[in-house]
Write a protein that binds this ligand. Sequence first.
Ligand code: F3S
Length: 398
Amino acid sequence: MQLTKFEEDMYNGEYGEGKAECMEILVSLGKIYDAEKMIPITSAQVSGVSYKTIGDAGLDFVVDLGKKAEVELETMLNPAGVDIENWEELGFSKEFTDKQIDIINGYESIGVMSTCTCTPYLIGNTPLLNEHVAWSESSAVCYVNSVIGARSNREGGPSALLAAIVGRTPYYGNHLLENRTADMIFDVDYEFSNEAEIGALGYYVGQIVNDQKPYFKLNGNPGRNNLKALGAALASSGAVSLYHVENVTPESEFARTHSTFEEKEVINIDKDIIEDALVGLSTTDKVPDLVCLGCPHASITEIQKVAQLVEGRKLSRDLWICTSKAIKSISQQCGYLDIIEAAGGKIVSDTCMVVSPMEELDYEVIGVNSAKAANYVPNMCKLDVVYDTVENLIDLIS
Ligand code: F3S
């Protein structure tokens, strides 16, 4: 690998032991993928935050790194295992919360912002077209590549953190323009009217393409919230890190006009496929004892919609909407938080239904409008799932 003089100095320890260790690991990673050089990045997003997923070994790694290194650029965390401000009210244990606080403090000591969200692009960590970044939450990687048009590989939590510390990442994969073309074309004959349908599409296609890059021909622009849902689903049933939607996403024209496009396999998707995928994502037809929205973390317009749906109602079961602290704060200023709380719901910040220890609470059936959550909750949380639209789920518990 070709390193600049500055990179070589970091590698050789001129800028401290921590940076040298990070460079050593990243250079080894680059060699595995035949990267010719490192590329400077402008932001990072680090997964591996919940104590449920990283445990004591992860905590030790973070604390140890904090003693010898700091991040060089804007770096945000993925959701944590609990809402630090409301853990007790939500029913999480003090033991788990204390460990979680230690992890977040460890990341803070490395200079990472302690806001924990899988939608950093909704709260200011929003790169520009063609910028190189190192993000690790799979749904966020899909969004940043596909909807924003910045360039990130699907990093692991540690590799994103190391990249943030040295300000660069190995130049391979999605960082190279030639790797951002489409691999398979999906001609979709369906009028999407909600997030559950488009999530079902993503879930179905993810299983077919795995880590390849799908190109969608859809009827119109599904909008940012639905693109968020589509990418999350693609990245959970498959390992998709970049997709294109014709005339909608920024690099779709590049993909469509590429010399190889006409040779790609075309798969037709119709109503039956979407409906089967939709039904297949539920594991039960029982009424959920918790409806949990916000996977990926809810945008302010998604929260506004929930507020409109629950205004004046009294919910018979629990309702959580997961989002970042920043979006919760905007919800409060807009009056949505008061409306949702008056109906019996909660806005839960900086965690989610998958990475929190939901299995320790008293729920058996959870209602979700996210194909990613429907895919993960049965295994990660040992709960049954009802997959449906936000409107239907709220009707079920009203
Ligand atoms: Fe985010 Fe948790 Fe879903 S991290 S994408 S809300 S599984």
